[in-house]
Design a protein around this ligand. Structure first.
Ligand code: ATP
Ligand code: MG
Length: 303
C-alpha cells in the first residue's frame, strides 16, 4: 500500500457500541499480505468464489458463522481486492450484514454469534488472539443503514474518536478534511457547532461517513447506506462512494441492483443459506453470470 498509514483515532460507531472509547495502540507492523497469504498458487481461482486478483486486502477461507447454532454463513471463501467498490447482494437473510460484521469483528458484540474459519485483513487473521478489535475497527470503518449521528455538534460527531486518544494533527483540520472528503463541508461549514441531528437524512449519512473516514481507515464497510434516503440524497452518496473508492476499499451491501451495477467494480452474490454463490466483475455478474440461481436472482425471479 502506498497510502499514508498514519492513524489518529477511532471515531467509528462501533467504538461507542463496544464500550471501548479508550485509546488503543495500533499494531506496529503490517503483515505482508503476499508472504502470509491464505491463498496458495494451487488454489483454483476458476471456482467462481474467489477473486483472481493478486493481493486481496481481505480474504476469507471456509468462513462459517452461526447464531446459537443456526448457520448464517456457509463456507465462504473470497478475496476482496484493494480499493474500488465491492458490492454484496442477495436476498434478505442470506448473511450479507453478518459477513460485513465479520470483517471488523462487530459480530464480537453479538453474544450468540460464533465465527469459524479464517478471515484475513492485509494477510493477518483478524480472529487471532493478538488482534485488538478496536484497533482493527480503526482500520476498517463502518457506516450503517440508518444515519446515526450522535446528539452532539457536527464538529464533535466527526471528531468523536479523535478526542479520545493522542493525536498528531490538529483536530479541526482533520474534521474539515473529513467533511470535505464526505462532500458535506460546503453545506455545514458555517454551522459546525449545530447539532448533527438537525441535518437532513442525506446530510446525516454523509456526516456518518465523515465520522467513519476521519481516522483515515483502509476499508469502509457500508450496510445499505442509502436505503433510507431519497433519490437525490442517494445519488450524492453514490457519487461519494465512487470518489472514496479511489482511496479506500469500499464494501457495500445493497438491495438495489441498479446501484450495485452502477457503482461497484466487483459483486459478490450470496444466496439463501449463507452461501457465496458467485463473485466476479460486476459487469460479468450482471451480464453473464455463471450460475442460473444468480441470474434468477438478478432478474428478479426471486428474492
Ligand atoms: N443477532 C442475531 N441473532 C440471531 N440471528 C441473527 C442475528 N443477526 C442475524 N441473524 C440471522 O442470520 C441470518 C443472516 O442475517 P443477516 O442480517 O446477516 O442477513 P442480511 O443478508 O443482511 O439480510 P437483510 O438483507 O434483510 O439485511 C438470518 O437468518 C438472521 O435471522
Ligand atoms: Mg442486512
Amino acid at each position: 500500500m502506498t497510502r499514508n498509514d498514519t492513524r489518529k483515532a477511532d471515531d467509528s460507531d462501533e467504538q461507542r457500541t463496544d464500550g471501548s472509547g479508550s485509546a488503543v495502540s495500533e499494531p506496529t507492523t503490517r503483515p505482508d499480505a503476499t508472504s502470509d497469504s491464505l491463498l496458495d498458487d494451487s488454489f483454483d481461482v476458476t471456482s467462481g468464489t474467489l477473486s483472481a486478483d493478486a493481493d486481496p486486502v481481505i480474504e476469507t477461507r471456509n468462513l462459517d458463522v452461526f447464531y446459537d447454532g443456526v448457520q448464517a454463513l456457509q463456507d465462504v471463501t473470497i478475496g476482496i481486492p484493494e480499493n474500488g467498490v465491492t458490492a454484496l447482494i442477495g436476498p434478505s437473510g442470506c448473511g450479507k450484514s453478518t459477513f460485513l460484521r465479520c470483517i471488523n469483528r462487530m459480530n464480537d458484540l453479538i453474544d450468540a454469534a460464533r465465527v469459524e474459519g479464517e478471515l484475513r485483513f492485509e494477510g493477518k487473521n483478524v480472529y487471532d488472539d493478538d488482534v485488538d478489535p478496536v484497533a482493527l475497527r480503526r482500520k476498517i470503518g463502518m457506516v450503517f443503514q440508518s444515519p446515526n449521528p450522535f446528539p452532539k455538534s457536527i464538529r464533535d460527531n466527526v471528531a468523536f474518536g479523535l478526542e479520545v486518544q493522542d493525536k498528531a494533527g490538529d483536530v479541526d483540520e482533520t474534521v474539515h478534511r473529513a467533511l470535505e472528503r464526505a462532500a458535506l463541508l460546503d453545506e455545514v461549514e458555517d454551522q459546525l457547532d449545530s447539532s448533527g441531528l438537525d441535518l437532513s437524512g442525506g446530510q446525516q449519512q454523509r456526516l456518518c461517513i465523515a465520522r467513519a473516514i476521519a481516522p483515515d481507515p483502509d476499508v469502509l464497510l457500508m450496510d445499505e447506506p442509502a436505503s433510507a434516503l431519497d433519490p437525490i440524497a442517494t445519488s450524492k452518496i453514490e457519487d461519494l462512494i465512487e470518489d472514496l473508492a479511489e482511496e479506500y476499499t469500499v464494501i457495500i451491501v445493497t438491495h438495489n441492483m441498479q446501484q450495485a451495477a452502477r457503482i461497484s467494480d466487483k459483486t459478490a452474490v450470496f444466496l439463501t443459506g449463507g452461501e457465496l454463490v458467485e463473485f466476479d466483475d460486476t459487469d460479468k455478474i450482471f451480464e453473464n453470470p455463471e450460475h442460473d440461481r444468480v441470474e434468477d436472482y438478478i432478474t428478479g425471479k426471486f428474492g
